[in-house]
Design a protein around this ligand. Sequence first.
Ligand code: GLU
Length: 327
Amino acid sequence: MEGRGGNVRGRFAPTPSGLLHLGNAGTALLAWLQVRSRGGEIVLRMEDLDQPRCKPEWAARTLDDMRWLGLDWDEGPDAGGPCGPYEQSKRGDRYAEALDKLERAGLLYRCYCSRADLLSVGNAPHGLQSEGPAYPGTCRKLSEGERMAREAEKTPSLRFAMPDRPVAFLDGMAGPMAYPAGAGGDFVVKRADGIVGYQLAVVVDDAAMGITDVLRGWDLLDSTPRQLLLAEALGEPAPRYAHAPLVLGPDGKRLAKRHGDIAVSALRESGVKPEAIVGLLGWLYGLLGKSEPVPASALISSFHTARIPRGSVQLPGDWLKQVRTMG
Ligand code: GLU
């Protein structure tokens, strides 16, 4: 599939609910390499839908940190472009239109389950495991009378009714993937507080922005079958997906504050050079024989998805010392 003008179009989709850390930087680097190695275009889309959790200063610093790392983009909140606005918080009308289309097709239902239920199963983008148990479909089975009674008590959320068939796709890094019918359960496309679900927004935006290639973290692999089904239900083309390994701490656990200065801006403020971070990441991903300072552009010719490990890569115990001493 090709984007407008026959080009490959990829995207960065940061969520400004915190600062860009080494793991997000690694995924962004790979997404950038994938597109730049094929002469394509990159869109930067700020995924700031959950406004209470997002801060404008984090969004600004994320853009600044990415530029400092040598990663650039062709369209975005700052650069403009034909597919704007590039902040999800400003795209509510597109999501409302898509919800309306799905509702008219009979693919959504109202859910009155408690907030605790919704938090555990509903809107987390990061994979089926992190979401807890699948939603059991309680409100899908309500009779009209039961529904009317609950409606009087509570504002509902909206769920997408998963079709009863398996989903298979070829992931650019994970390989052939197969999910059983209904994997992960019916998911929330609009929360009771009015916030649109991640899955819906990302599908609507990837289609509207002509994205042909999505490269993102392995933790979003399990979101892919849902997004393929949503794209199909909306009559939109789906992009190709590739899920990049997560960067783990030296202890093999997800990156967290206990691993030290993992925020790119903290590393930057402590005098670490962007080339040192790029070199460390390039080596972790198998694109460099050793961890040595290089600009992002130096990795373009060695980039190939087949070279990149599956699932996760692990920082060495002395990673901070390494990047501090690489000048
Ligand atoms: N905004 C999501 C995140 O920061 C990424 C969404 C995606 O790549 O589909 O985790």
